[in-house]
Design a protein around this ligand. Structure first.
Ligand SMILES: [Zn+2]
Length: 124
């Protein structure tokens, strides 16, 4: 494996670790489906009663809904990172998925999980 690929692999692994840490702070890994993360839905212990219970519940539901987009973005990035790691093993890392041209190394250094060259990612 050449030096550049080795460096990219290290970077991707570091990003992966970071993403998984971020995701695990508000989600638990679904053991049945790989790469699928589920937010922990707030659990109520039933000790609150009446209107205060409803208020607490509403706050928690709002909080749950608010963090979904972030979770979604993190999941997407994690998928790309895993895909890039797979490509390194497979030997087609750094090739644009659309036009099959090589993605410039400078771009890959900044965004190791990039799947497209700059031109193609702009067309998306
Ligand atoms: Zn391209």
């Amino acid at each position: 494996m050449d030096k550049f690929l080795k460096e990219q692999e290290e970077k991707l692994k570091a990003i992966k670790k970071q993403l998984e840490k971020q995701l695990s702070s508000f989600a638990k890994k679904d053991k049945k489906v790989k790469e699928n993360w589920k937010s922990k839905f707030p659990e109520f212990d039933g000790s609150e009663t009446g209107s205060s219970y409803l208020e607490v519940a509403q706050d928690e539901v709002e909080e749950y809904l608010n963090r979904l987009p972030l979770e979604y973005l993190l999941e997407l990035k994690l998928k790309d990172v895993n895909l890039a790691l797979k490509k390194i093993k497979r030997g087609d890392y750094g090739v644009c998925e659309k036009c099959r041209k090589k993605i410039p190394k400078n771009r890959l250094k900044i965004q190791p999980e990039a799947r497209f060259c700059l031109k193609c990612s702009k067309m998306k």
